[in-house]
Design a protein around this ligand. Structure first.
Ligand SMILES: NC(=O)C1=CN([C@@H]2O[C@H](COP(=O)(O)OP(=O)(O)OC[C@H]3O[C@@H](n4cnc5c(N)ncnc54)[C@H](O)[C@@H]3O)[C@@H](O)[C@H]2O)[C@@H](O)CC1
Ligand SMILES: Nc1ncnc2c1ncn2[C@@H]1O[C@H](COP(=O)(O)OP(=O)(O)O)[C@@H](O)[C@H]1O
Ligand SMILES: [K+]
Length: 502
């Protein structure tokens, strides 16, 4: 189910498959054949293939692909980084079955071929590229010749998506069994081209031992948690979301969030507004209710009605002590909620204080709280926590943040990561850069709150919210403004419920 494996977990999958009776050489053979199949789908027999093989098992896959392609009538040359005698194990075995010449990689001219098989480094990339490897990767990228990458484009870190000084730009990538974080996280994802996942004979049953906790975000991950409303349902069964408006200068943000919450299916939505912004909400969607709410006491009074079971605090709320008090009041209500934008920035360098407030929430873990920072807000919030701020990849940082706060964290961007305190994480990849527009995040916070109002659990609500937001963005595409996103949801939801069979 869209599991994403770290390179260590992938190594474990290999070992478990081998222990269960499939020799490593057979896994490598299937891997190399899968690569050859992809090359043969894009190119015709007779074309010139250059297989660039590295010193480890990734190179072994390259030797297999070279042999299979030569057998299918391609004109194949093999170039090896390192000495042939230094190859070990299955890779040495695969090289022994290659009967053609093996050129030194230093002499390989990528321009003299029609397609390149990149089998330099895969899961074993251990340091930044330098020397001959660096020069070769730069020559390949400069050649403009299409590349099919084996496992990951060489130079991309499979665990983090980082480019280790330089990396191949692939036209297509073939990986094995399950994707790795580096296929989904930026910048790695942008080096992969379309990613094919090849079955190399590793049984799915190994996952019961490995217990992966990371997924590519998609409907299968949370479909059971978000169903169409019951035929006999009523609006209170779909929850009541409350969106706290900022003052006169920031009322639009609340309206965007409120519309998102309504469209995703919250039964009722109320905008709680300070008196000075009351008149500005006259143009709100007619379906949204309006209540006056001045300061933390006003918010607490509205949330004392337990039917208001989910809130959004933060969009255009203003930065400072007042907003920290509003956050405290919202958390103290016991209702589920989303902390976004100014609610996060108000805790600049005070993530420990926010963690204490979250730990004290009366509903405990059953009170679903989702934080939706973009990178800027994340950096500000965790200024006081180097272990989180510099935990490594975006995946690791989101996980560290969720664990330290005891709440679900949505670290937004082109490769949004959703992380739960228990270690579960999902990486999102269905977005579009047209989502990078003012107010887009406000709509997301409303969508997530609308899902929380419908009793979708925190992690699933965050994953589903991010996915629907991105689908809505793609449905609109060029020219998108945030106002369009809620109104794109009905079509997206219709397709989702049709597919979900509900
Ligand atoms: N049985 C298995 O384990 C299978 C492994 N497979 C392939 O094996 C690959 C992993 O193989 P390995 O663990 O041997 O790792 P790699 O082949 O990815 O790389 C390891 C080698 O590269 C060297 N190296 C690492 N970083 C370097 C750098 N920056 N500059 C120069 N040299 C560097 C290491 O010293 C080592 O010799 C996977 O990516 C996949 O392609 C597949 O054949 C499927 C089965
Ligand atoms: N390049 C991109 N590709 C896909 N999604 C993106 C990209 N850039 C931003 N987004 C998404 O757009 C939204 C922007 O939210 P945010 O930064 O809070 O904007 P605002 O504060 O203007 O509402 C987030 O959901 C983010 O994940
Ligand atoms: K590779």
């Amino acid at each position: 189910m869209n599991e994403v494996l770290s390179t260590a977990q992938m190594g474990e999958a290999d070992r478990l498959a081998i222990a269960a009776g499939t020799p490593g050489s057979e896994l490598m053979d299937k891997a190399g054949r899968a690569v050859a199949d992809v090359v043969a789908r894009r190119h015709k027999a007779g074309e010139r293939v250059l297989a660039l093989c590295g010193p480890g098992n990734n190179g072994g896959d390259g030797f297999v692909a070279a042999r299979v392609l030569a057998g299918r009538g391609f004109r194949v040359r093999v170039a090896l980084l390192g000495a042939r005698e230094a190859l070990r194990g299955d890779a040495a075995g695969a090289a022994a079955l290659w009967s053609g010449a093996v050129e030194p990689a230093s002499a390989a001219d990528p321009a003299e071929c029609d397609v390149i098989v990149d089998a330099l480094f895969g899961a074993g990339l251990a340091r930044d590229l330098d020397g001959e490897a660096l020069a070769l990767v730069e020559r390949v990228n400069a050649s403009g010749v299409p590349v099919v990458a084996v496992d990951v484009p060489s130079g991309v870190d499979g665990n983090t998506g980082a480019v280790r000084r330089a990396a191949i730009r692939a036209a297509e990538t073939v990986t094995f069994f399950r994707p790795k974080p580096g296929h989904l996280l930026l910048p790695g994802r942008l080096r992969c081209g379309p990613v094919r996942i090849a079955d190399i004979g590793i049984p799915d049953a190994v996952l019961a031992t490995i217990r992966p906790a990371c997924w590519a975000n998609g409907t299968r991950l949370w479909r059971p948690a978000f169903r169409a409303p019951a035929p006999e349902g009523h609006k209170y069964g779909r929850g009541h979301a409350l969106v706290l408006s900022g003052g006169a200068e920031g009322a639009g943000a609340a309206r965007l969030a409120a519309r998102g919450a309504l469209r995703i299916g919250a039964g009722l939505v109320t905008i709680a507004t300070p008196s000075d912004a009351l008149a500005l909400h006259a143009g709100r969607p007619d379906a949204v209710m309006l209540r006056r709410s001045d300061g933390p006491a006003g918010l607490a009074a509205l949330l004392a009605d337990r039917r208001r079971n989910a809130w959004v605090v933060g969009p255009a709320a203003g930065v400072g002590e007042r907003t920290r008090e509003l956050v405290a009041a919202a958390l103290a209500s016991g209702a589920h909620g989303v902390l976004d934008a100014d609610a996060l920035t108000s805790f600049e360098g005070a993530s420990a204080e926010l963690a204490r407030a979250l730990a004290a929430r009366p509903g405990g873990a059953g009170q679903a709280i989702v934080l939706t920072p973009h990178e800027g807000e994340f950096g500000r919030l965790f200024k006081d926590s180097p272990p989180v701020a510099s935990a490594g990849s975006k995946l690791e940082r989101a996980r560290a943040a969720a664990a330290s706060l005891g709440a679900v964290v949505v670290l937004k961007g082109p490769d949004t990561v959703i992380a739960a305190p228990d270690g579960r994480a999902a990486i999102n990849a269905n977005g579009t850069p047209f989502l990078a527009t003012a107010g887009s995040g406000d709509v997301l916070s409303g969508i997530v709150a609308g899902l929380l109002a419908q009793s979708v659990p925190a992690f699933e609500a965050a994953c589903a919210g991010v996915w629907f937001h991105a689908e809505a963005g793609c449905a609109v595409g060029p020219g998108l403004i945030a106002d369009d996103l809620p109104d794109a949801l009905p079509k997206v939801l219709k397709a989702y419920f049709a597919e979900a069979g509900t």
